[in-house]
Design a protein around this ligand. Structure first.
Ligand code: FES
Ligand code: FES
Length: 150
C-alpha cells in the first residue's frame, strides 16, 4: 500500500511503486479529470500540481510523490481565479485538455503574477489543445492574473 495526499485528503492505494501517478489517480482513485494522451511528458493534458508545481503525471512514478501534496482540478475551490476566468472566457471546446492547462496556468501565475503576452505564449507553448482553444486560453490566463492580483 502507498499513502498519498490528494486534494486535501490522505489516500491509500494498492499500486506498484513504479506505476505512473496518472494511472493511480485515474484507476485507483477515480479522478478521471486527469487525462492521458502522449504518455511521454510532451502534451501536458495529464498535468497535476504537486506542492504547487505543475508536474506531468504520466511520467512520474507514484512512489516518488508519496510526500507531496497532489492537487487535481477537483481540489480547487469554486472561486479560484483560474476557474472564474475559464468560465468567463468560455474557454473549453471538447474540454479534454483543459484541466491540465488550468493547473499549469496556476503554477505559471504563481511565478509570473503579471505576465506579458509573450510570457503567456511561451508558457502555453508546450501544452497541446487539439481543438485550438489557445486564443481563449490566453485571454483567460490574463484575466486570471488580473483577478489574482486583486
Ligand atoms: S499524457 Fe502526460 S504529458 Fe501527455
Ligand atoms: S478543448 Fe479540446 S483538446 Fe483542448
Amino acid at each position: 500500500m502507498i499513502s498519498l495526499h490528494v486534494n486535501g485528503k490522505k489516500r491509500k492505494v494498492d499500486a506498484a511503486p513504479d506505476t505512473p501517478l496518472l494511472w493511480v489517480l485515474r484507476d485507483n482513485l477515480g479522478i478521471t479529470s486527469v487525462k492521458y494522451t502522449c504518455g511521454i511528458a510532451e502534451c501536458g493534458v495529464c498535468t497535476v500540481l504537486i506542492d504547487d508545481e505543475a508536474v506531468r503525471s504520466c511520467s512520474i512514478p507514484v512512489a516518488d510523490v508519496r510526500k507531496g501534496k497532489i492537487i487535481t482540478i477537483e481540489g480547487l475551490p469554486e472561486n479560484h481565479p483560474v476557474k472564474i476566468a475559464w468560465i468567463e472566457k468560455q474557454v473549453p471546446q471538447c474540454g479534454y485538455c483543459q484541466s491540465g492547462i488550468m493547473l499549469q496556468t496556476i503554477d505559471f501565475l504563481s511565478r509570473r503574477p503579471n505576465p506579458s503576452a509573450k510570457q503567456v505564449d511561451e508558457a502555453l507553448d508546450n501544452v497541446l489543445c487539439r481543438c485550438g482553444s489557445h486564443p481563449r486560453i490566453k485571454k483567460a490566463v490574463q484575466l486570471a492574473a488580473e483577478l489574482s492580483r486583486k
